[in-house]
Design a protein around this ligand. Structure first.
Ligand code: ATP
Length: 255
């Protein structure tokens, strides 16, 4: 049982965005996807969620080709947290989170659905926002709603595209903890693109490092985020270490 990309290739506008990606996300695992701007992280996430059709290779979810899964089965398999919310037609925060339950609507009563939405809103501290229009929230508040919607979706895998980029320090840690706890408690597999290397090292089980459409290294953060590799991929000389068990990556100089 995995969400698996095999020999994935993607071309857009005459450019190769993904070039032979092999990656498997297991249940109960938090895998962080790192890499410079334009490395292909969002493109990979879009292919894994079926939003973009790869030009070559396959994506399988628990042994089934993604391209053949009916829409509702796909929504029960994979939840996606986009970088931005898109057009919401004036939906409230509670309505946005309720959208996460769309694929379950034939299997639960309206009362059950409301109870789930209420508990997810509470979990993310979003009760005070429940009736406010999503479009009228700040960028960080919107990001918390999009994570909450994905949690409400109760899928087996979750793909998060820079879910903490607009969050303040406390809400960053809070959101990463929530994802970590979800992975540990519910056994979902989560793949998260993120730019904060230290947070990735701290919360992830494995790191996948991308550069120019390719996977450069996959594994434990200590093996992947070495000073040599950070220099090679990001062009930055960095100190890497741990303080009281918390990893840090301290950029020293641009090379
Ligand atoms: N629709 C598109 N058509 C053509 N090229 C695209 C398209 N979307 C993205 N790209 C290009 O594909 C490359 C990979 O983009 P992608 O968004 O996957 O990178 P990323 O690693 O997520 O970057 P970032 O860290 O900046 O979010 C970039 O060079 C980008 O300009």
């Amino acid at each position: 049982m995995t969400l698996t990309a095999r020999s994935l290739r993607l071309q857009r506008g005459g450019r190769t965005l993904l070039d032979g990606i092999d990656l498997a996300l297991a249940p109960g695992e938090l895998l962080c996807l790192l890499g410079p701007n334009g490395a292909g992280k969002s493109s990979l996430i879009r292919c894994l969620d079926g939003i973009w059709k790869p030009g070559g290779g396959t994506v399988e979810v628990d042994g089934h080709p993604l391209s053949r899964l009916p829409r509702e089965a796909l929504a029960r398999a994979i939840a996606y947290v986009p970088q931005q919310g898109g057009e919401t037609l004036g939906l409230s925060v509670a309505e946005m989170v309720t959208l996460g339950r769309a694929a379950h609507r034939h299997r639960e009563s309206a009362a059950e659905r409301r109870a789930i939405v209420r508990s997810v809103l509470a979990r993310f501290g979003l009760e005070p926002f429940a009736l406010r229009p999503f479009d009228a929230l700040s960028g960080g508040e919107r990001q918390r709603v999009l994570i909450a919607r994905a949690v409400a979706q109760d899928a087996r895998y979750m793909l998060l595209d820079e879910p903490t980029s607009a969050l303040d320090l406390r809400h960053q840690i809070d959101a990463l903890r929530q994802v970590r706890e979800l992975v540990d408690a519910s056994g979902i597999g989560a793949l998260m693109a993120i730019h904060d290397l230290g947070a990735a090292a701290r919360f992830a089980d494995r790191i996948a490092l991308m550069s120019e459409g390719r996977l450069v290294a996959v594994g434990d953060w200590r093996a992947v985020l070495t000073p040599d590799r950070l220099r090679e991929v990001f062009g930055v000389a960095a100190h890497v270490g741990e303080i009281e068990g918390i990893p840090y990556i301290l950029p020293a100089e641009v090379r």
